[in-house]
Write a protein that binds this ligand. Structure first.
Ligand code: EPZ
Length: 422
């Protein structure tokens, strides 16, 4: 079991750069199957979820290799359309292979992704949409089998702007016959980035970044090179670290426009933030201010993936804040972990947390309950008095290349002490 040890009380100072985007990389890796050739993915983060997607590609018969920070994928030979149960169980985002394999092979056999600690995470929007595209689909003992002679473009109305469902529809529609129109599509930057990658490979799409996306099916795609955006959630996480610990830092390679909602909230808590084209200078000296009512929303609203980190920040603010989690049904796991450090958090119900700021958190032994909650506990350790150990920290490596390296660049007293630690 890997852990991260943090000694708090150090104001952060220095510069660090932001890795490539996890949530842009994963759908693009799945999408590479749609071209029978080579994809070069620059600025690809070396994180567990990316390694996992590569494993699935190799299981299917594809090849992948690294050239520095570029991932080179060759999908010329696909020998199977079966995504193993263990693969999907390990990572929910494997479900993005559903649309990609239907697009490439006109068939797919893939296990039902289980829920996870932030909710039961159904995939009904994905399946209902794919069925409408002339794909026959049945579910047997937790395995979804799809088959079609011809994918047919159609109009699809999403009840909720689901990121994954929007992406799966796009993946199935790119090589379909006819036009697919998605109404109430997700507007997240990661959906936009998938569209940009696919356009670079010869797909025909309109409306990326809006709630209405139109895809005109084409015969085939061609080789493409794509540079991934920096990770807006990693950027937000490190801004929240400076907010919580105090200090003065510069983050380079920040997708500033994509981080606007987070920047606005942190400014309201009293952080001073100066933004450039691709960098952010953030400082916090006085005690943090509370945030009256923070609601997570689909993009461009405040991202649910930053909710845990803001709970940590607000746990030491001078007053009462309320967070409403409107995206997932149980994403307040880290409240219990923060309480171990002296935080005062009341869960009014599954969706509403009331945080009464305390003057100081105290170092403790805590757990990483999920990827972002784990990062939030590292931030809590930075702000606390004394030493904090975040156990089960390997889950943090699913989305952060090296959180100890990045925060260490800002002067944090932080290191891994995993099984392999010396
Ligand atoms: C993506 O998950 C992200 N993952 C999540 O980031 C992010 O939290 C989420 O979008 C919301 O922004 C990746 O991009 C790999 P959704 P996704 O479909 O696609 C419900 C992280 O920490 N829903 O927009 O799974 C669902 O239960 C991860 O990086 C259905 O009910 O999110 C949830 O309540 C965590 N039926 C809501 O919609 C469906 O068929 C949003 O889910 C699909 C979703």
């Amino acid at each position: 079991m890997s852990s991260i040890k943090v000694t708090g009380g150090v104001r952060l100072k220095g510069e660090t750069r932001i890795q490539g985007s996890k949530n842009a990389a994963l759908p693009v890796i799945a999408a590479s199957l749609l071209n029978k050739g080579v994809t070069v993915l620059r600025n690809c983060p070396k994180i567990l979820d990316v390694y996992h997607m590569i494993n699935v590609l190799e299981e299917l018969g594809c090849k992948a290799s690294w050239e520095g920070n570029s991932l080179v994928i060759d999908t010329a030979d696909v020998k199977s359309a079966k995504v193993s149960e263990s693969s999907v169980r390990k990572m929910r985002s494997s479900i993005l292979f559903l649309g990609a394999l239907i697009g490439r092979c006109h068939e797919v056999s893939i296990a039902y992704p289980g829920g996870c600690s932030i909710g039961n995470r159904p995939i009904d929007f994905h399946l209902d949409s794919i069925r409408k595209m002339n794909v026959s689909l049945n579910e047997e003992n937790g395995i979804i089998n799809c088959q079609t002679d011809k994918i047919t473009g159609t109009d699809i109305f999403l009840k909720f702007p689901s990121v994954g469902a929007t992406q799966n529809i796009i993946l199935a529609a790119v090589l379909a016959e006819g036009i697919t129109r998605i109404y109430n599509a997700a507007r997240e930057p990661e959906v936009q980035e998938l569209c940009t990658y696919l356009e670079g490979a010869g797909a025909r799409l309109k409306g990326k970044g809006t709630s209405f996306i139109e895809i005109e099916g084409v015969e085939r795609l061609h080789d493409v090179e794509h540079t991934l955006s920096p990770d807006r959630i990693a950027a937000g996480t490190y801004m929240a670290a400076v907010a919580a610990a105090g200090g003065d830092a510069v983050l380079f390679d920040v997708p500033v426009h994509q981080a606007e909602a987070v920047i606005k909230v942190l400014e309201k808590t009293g952080c001073k933030i100066i933004t450039g084209d691709r960098h952010v200078k953030i400082s916090r000296s006085k005690r943090l201010l509370p945030y009256d009512l923070l609601k997570t929303k689909p993009y461009p609203g405040f991202p649910t993936d930053m909710q845990s980190q803001l709970m940590t920040v607000l746990s030491i603010a001078d007053g009462k804040s309320t967070i409403v989690e409107e995206i997932f049904d149980s994403r307040f796991q880290n409240a219990e972990e923060l309480r171990k450090m002296g935080a005062d958090i009341l869960l009014r119900n599954e969706k509403t947390a009331v945080i009464t700021g305390v003057a100081k958190l105290k170092g403790a032994e805590v757990k990483a309950r999920d990827l972002r909650a784990g990062a939030a506990m590292v931030i809590a350790g930075l702000a606390a008095e004394g030493e904090t150990t975040v156990n089960d920290a390997v889950i943090i490596e699913r989305g952060y290349e090296d959180i100890c390296r990045d925060l260490g660049n800002l002067g944090a007293n932080i290191h891994y002490c995993g099984d392999d630690a010396g």
